[in-house]
Design a protein around this ligand. Structure first.
Ligand SMILES: C[S@@+](CC[C@H](N)C(=O)[O-])C[C@H]1O[C@@H](n2cnc3c(N)ncnc32)[C@H](O)[C@@H]1O
Length: 457
């Protein structure tokens, strides 16, 4: 710490250093003082190295990596001065020397400015030039030097901060001259700019030299190639899967539209030519119907389980034979293509069954072609008199339920029940009353249903 009284006491001993501007001195005196100066210089260097090395990076707004590197260099040169205690100790010795050498400088403002410049320069790291400057400075202003040493002695960060930012020793108490604006050397300015940039980029304190290998190994681990390519591959794979899914979705919608917008013969032709398309269609259908609160096929199966298991069932457009799998009844499964060995591949407008051979005919979401009349007439043909016709269809397909029911009754059926409660599908039960009551040329516009088109999501 700066102790003004000590300086005052020691002043006469160092009278030769008193002048601020260098003056010619006797040879003997200058020899003695020269050796002292050398000692002092050496101590100063050591002390500065030690003191700068203690500056915590984040408490040094004016310092940066480069300065710290220099400090590290200094540390290497002066390993004994690495610790604060040694710094303080050396600082103390130096103070005593300085006390011997000269009194505090209380000269004019000009001299004070000179000294400030001089002492500021002592922070520069270029050794040769720096030494010259230091010598000059020591000659000129022992008080500033001691003030600097005092500030160096501080282990408190605040003191470090002020010494690092200002570098300008405080004016002597009596001085009235305003504080000089701090001018940085080019290197300091560069360092400060770098430091600011680093702070912007979330500045991290540099590692201690002994930590460097560890850091390097961390970096090596960080750049270890393992996770990144894997994640890239995974992402690419996921992207491919998504694209494939989208493509499948598009194809499903296309096939679905084909099934609803043309006659069953066209649909049959489509799947005969491309059996894979059938698979794809069913995958799409399954993914859609899974989202429904209740699948109509399950509802039909439940109804059937409440009837005798001996009843022979014909499933028109059976898909994956879910109905046949859900009941104990004998089930004839018909579809345009086969997903299951139980399926008889055919157009359900013409099924290979005898007239009046089945007890129950089921159309579960399968009235797809534009020739619905053909399907219902075929069901009437194979059903026994009094046989049961069950129809489940997507509710949105119906523009006029009454018209639909009226048209069906003209084909030899009577409505037993209708369930319009489900959010996704309507369910109707009919009883076969006899053969169709209208000729083949009669128009049954009520049978026309809207296509069930799935929107792209
Ligand atoms: C929407 S899926 C329903 C499948 C099954 N009934 C279910 O509910 O899980 C309609 C099925 O009817 C079949 N289909 C449509 N028109 C057909 C026709 N003319 N002949 C045979 N099957 C047909 C389709 O191939 C498809 O498998």
């Amino acid at each position: 710490m700066f102790e003004e009284p000590e300086w005052t006491e020691a002043a006469p001993v160092a009278a030769g250093l008193r002048p601020v501007t260098p003056q010619p001195r006797p040879a003997a005196t200058s020899q003695i003082k020269g050796s002292k100066r050398r000692q002092l210089l050496a101590t100063l260097r050591t002390l500065e190295a030690a003191s700068l090395s203690q500056q915590p990076p984040d408490s040094l707004p004016g310092s940066d990596y480069e300065e710290e590197e220099v400090v590290v260099e200094r540390k290497k040169k002066h390993p004994k001065t690495l610790f604060a205690s040694s710094s303080t100790k050396v600082g103390g010795k130096r103070k005593k020397k300085c006390q011997k050498q000269g009194p505090p400088c209380s000269d004019s403002e000009d001299k004070e400015v000179e000294r400030k410049k001089c002492c500021k320069q002592t922070f520069d790291s270029d050794s040769a030039e720096k030494e010259k400057r230091k010598r000059k400075c020591q000659k000129q202003s022992p008080s500033n030097l001691t003030q600097h040493l005092d500030s160096v002695d501080q282990t408190d960060h605040k003191t470090w901060k002020s010494s690092a930012t200002d570098n300008v020793p405080k004016l002597s108490p009596g001085s009235t001259s305003p504080k000089q604006p701090h001018t940085l050397s080019r290197k300091q300015w560069r360092n400060r700019q770098k430091n600011k940039r680093r702070h912007k980029n979330k500045f991290r304190p540099p590692p201690a030299p002994d930590e460097l290998p560890a850091k390097a190994s961390i970096e090596e681990t960080e750049v270890a190639p393992a996770p990144r390519p894997n994640s890239q591959e995974t992402r690419a794979e996921a992207l491919r899967a998504r694209m494939a899914q989208r493509l499948d979705g598009a194809r499903f919608r296309y096939l679905n539209e084909q099934l609803y917008s043309g006659p069953s013969s066209a649909a049959q032709h489509l799947f005969q030519e491309d059996p894979e398309a059938f698979l794809l269609y069913h995958r799409g259908f399954q993914s859609q119907v899974k989202k429904w609160p209740l699948q109509p096929v399950d509802r039909i199966a439940r109804d059937l389980r409440q009837r005798p298991a001996s009843l022979v069932v014909a499933d028109f457009g059976c898909g994956d034979c879910r109905l046949a799998s859900s009941v104990r009844n004998p089930v004839h499964c018909f579809d345009l293509a086969s997903l299951d060995p139980r399926v008889t591949v055919c157009d359900m407008a013409q099924v290979p069954l005898e007239d009046e051979s089945v007890d129950v005919a089921v159309f579960c979401l399968s009235l797809m072609g534009t020739n619905i009349r053909d399907f219902l007439e075929e069901a009437n043909r194979v059903l026994k008199p009094g046989g049961l016709l069950k129809v489940a269809e997507v509710s949105s397909r119906f523009e006029d339920v009454r018209a639909f029911l009226g048209a069906v009754t003209k084909l030899g059926f009577k409505v037993i029940s209708k369930d319009l409660t489900n959010s996704h599908f309507f369910l109707f039960d009919f009883e076969k009353t006899g053969p169709p009551r209208v000729g083949p040329k009669a128009k049954l516009s009520g049978l026309k249903l809207q296509p069930c088109l799935y929107k792209r999501r």
